[in-house]
Design a protein around this ligand. Structure first.
Ligand code: FES
Length: 59
C-alpha cells in the first residue's frame, strides 16, 4: 500500500526503515525516504506507522 503518493513510498518500505534504522519521528522518515517532505498529506499516516511500530517493537 502506498503511503506517500508524492514519492511513491509504500507502507512496507517505511515499516522496514523504521525497524532497521530505529526511526522515531516522521522527520527522520523524511530524511531517509523523503516520504512526508513534499505536500505533507501523508505525515499523519507516517506518524501512525511510527506509533504502531513503537508499540509492536516495544520502544
Ligand atoms: S504524499 Fe507524501 S509528501 Fe505528499
Amino acid at each position: 500500500m502506498i503511503v506517500c503518493a508524492g514519492f511513491n513510498v509504500g507502507e512496507k518500505t517505511i515499516r522496514t526503515m523504521i525497524e532497521e534504522k530505529g526511526l522515531k519521528t516522521h522527520q527522520e522518515v523524511g530524511a531517509c525516504l523523503k516520504a512526508g517532505t513534499h505536500c505533507g498529506s501523508c505525515v499523519p499516516e507516517i506518524k501512525m506507522l511510527l506509533k504502531k511500530a513503537a508499540t509492536t517493537l516495544n520502544w
